[in-house]
Ligand binder design. Structure first.
Ligand code: UDP
Length: 377
């Protein structure tokens, strides 16, 4: 007799949706699991866009965002709206991903009803509780609550070990790589081509993709990034620099002011996930402060220059797929120029193996969940 286990997945932002998508698709195919997809809509349009691309339907939408929301009100609204869902569905397991307020409140709500929690992308640590804020504490607290920890890298496993968490810790890689491969396959199957939308890709010139949105870089950081891009655009007039600009006014203001009129700098609104991975595929190298992009780019052989002073994703740097350049104009100019001019440096970075996963994480996680429920793991 098949023993069906009820699983509730809870998420609320675009990066969580991307990283959950391949696992949701995998679990939905498996008769062993009865899956309920619950979103909090901490992000709205960006989240819906990812769900519709992957053809995922949310069974429950908690619709938690209210005017003047702060972390305390957001946490308490998620708790109070999610608790009745858990009470009604009576899941055997709740799964959360990463380090958002949704993930933390989701884990806490499950804990209050003594439902075990599985944590995707467990074990990331910066060891600074205020950076990233509040994510560092969110992920630590989830680590304390969770019964199952799916870690993307060995380093993440070591981080958990250092906190005394050693049981039910499984190294699977990051589902972001599964999502990337799945997404590129969908693009191919649907014959999506964004060349008309991004006509600068038609010239055959090299494309540098830039993304940046972190609070820690507002002010001087963004000024320096823009100065470096201005210099690079003039020094390499044939290189096309494309920058989907985050909607935050602290990003929009300096970026449009300083880069708005440079011929080979293409400022565009934030792009859909499918456009993003398509652009990534077309690009020669990537300048970014995004965690997800750092994890995706190496699978396509694209060197990443990380415009942050610290990163909790050191694996890419150790593996040689990424370099930390901070937000100093000089470093950004020096390292980007090197990659554009020195074929050997480029080759080394682009040939390195992605330390974040090989695209099989969801399959491994589904298998581990089966073993967990049949008491084999
Ligand atoms: N992304 C996207 N459109 C954009 C910028 C990013 O679809 O305009 C995707 C990107 O491919 C990655 C994820 O969003 O999978 C990363 O999200 P973000 O940079 O917002 O968050 P982080 O990963 O830093 O938490």
């Amino acid at each position: 007799m098949a023993l069906t286990k009820k699983i509730l997945v809870v998420f609320g932002t675009r990066p969580e949706a991307i990283k959950f998508a391949p696992l949701i698709k995998r679990l939905q195919q498996d008769p062993m699991f009865d899956l309920t997809v619950c979103i909090t809509s901490q992000h709205k349009e960006m989240l819906q866009q990812v769900l519709s691309f992957f053809a995922i339907r949310a069974d429950v939408d908690l619709d938690v965002m209210q005017p003047n929301q702060n972390l305390s009100t957001l946490t308490s609204v998620i708790l109070s709206k999610l608790s009745p869902v858990i009470a009604e569905k009576k899941p055997d397991l709740v799964i959360v991903q990463g380090d958002t307020t949704t993930a933390f409140a989701g884990a806490l709500a499950a804990f209050y009803q003594k439902v075990p929690v599985a944590h995707l992308e467990a074990g990331l640590r910066s060891n600074n509780i205020y950076s990233p804020f509040p994510e560092e504490i969110n992920r630590k607290l989830i680590g304390t609550i969770a019964a199952l920890h799916f870690v993307p890298t060995d380093r993440a496993r070591t981080n958990l070990q250092a906190e005394g968490i050693a049981q039910h810790v499984y190294l699977t890689g990051n589902t972001v790589v599964d999502a990337l491969f799945m997404g590129l396959k969908i693009i191919e199957e649907r014959a999506l081509d964004f060349r008309d939308a991004f006509s600068f890709c038609k010239s055959g010139e090299r494309v540098v993709l830039v993304t940046g949105h972190r609070r820690e870089s507002f002010g001087d950081g963004f000024d320096n990034i823009c100065k470096a891009i201005t210099y690079l655009a003039h020094r390499f007039p044939a290189v096309q620099i494309v920058y989907p600009v985050h909607l935050n006014p602290n990003v929009q203001e300096p970026v449009y002011r300083m880069l708005g009129s440079i011929k080979n700098v293409h400022l565009i609104p934030p792009v859909s996930y499918e456009q993003m991975i398509w652009l990534l595929q077309q690009s020669y190298l990537v300048l970014t402060d995004s965690g997800g992009v750092q994890e995706e780019a190496p699978s396509l052989g694209k060197p990443v220059l990380v415009m942050r002073d610290v990163t909790e994703r050191e694996e890419g740097i150790l593996a040689g797929t990424a370099k930390l350049v901070g937000t100093s104009s000089e470093m950004i100019i020096e390292q980007t120029s090197r990659l554009l001019e020195d074929a050997d440096s480029y080759e080394r970075m682009s040939k390195s193996v992605n330390p974040y996963g090989d695209g099989t994480a969801s399959e491994q996680i589904a298998d581990l969940l089966t073993r967990y429920f049949t008491h084999e793991a």
